[in-house]
Design a protein around this ligand. Sequence first.
Ligand code: ADP
Length: 246
Amino acid sequence: VKVFDSVRNIIAVSSGKGGVGKSTVSANLALALQQEGAKVGLLDADVYGPSQPTMLGITDRPYSVDGKTLEPMIAHGLQVASVGVLIDPDQPMIWRGPLAVSALQQLLKQTNWKDLDYLIVDMPPGTGDVPLTVFQSLPVSGIIIVTSPQELVAMIVEKAVNMAKKMNVPILGLVENMSYLECPDCGKKISVFGESQLDEVAKEYGIPVLAQIPIRPAIAKAVDEGTVEYVEADFLDDAVKAVKEA
Ligand code: ADP
């Protein structure tokens, strides 16, 4: 489906709650697609905690050439827009659904996206009113769900499946982040949170597991320093494939 003249596919990255690595996965998925030669944009729609500008090391403010549209910020080759730039970081702000949605609509439609193959949307976590309203306002071609093993994965997937059904959008697959720790000496996988229920749940709902990403100090460091780079290259191959086929 062609969304706008300038954006061909919108892919939403969602999660059950905050802190599981949804933003990290969004940025890395965008970079992985770009690495394959696609033109990629990243829309930070996480109205609860917009973190893409920090993760991508963006410090400048967006500007307008014509007074009507906003130029996307460019970071690591990606075209980026974030609800974060509409929020004064020093002002606590209660984001209500309609307010969040109008800000996002503005970002989506008035950003001067330049010929994007994919726009990756870092969604607000959960399936409550705010994420739902945001979802309904975006013409999404597929959803990727990020989970972590310390959650009740079955419940999160069930909710996501219901939401996706309601909106008639396919779930492309599950990405489990912080799946395990790698022993620095022997490379063995250590399941910090016990065995994950991911595979069973995935099978039950007929949704593919696209990636299992370990806890890596390098990932945390890159994210915190705004140098989020292509640290999960080897993990996101299946996710990239799923997005291309969406
Ligand atoms: P969310 O978007 O779900 O709220 P973030 O992507 O912001 O989560 O990640 C939360 C924190 O966890 C960040 O500080 C990030 O650096 C860290 N993090 C995410 N994924 C990993 C990982 N695989 N290994 C180590 N740290 C990670």
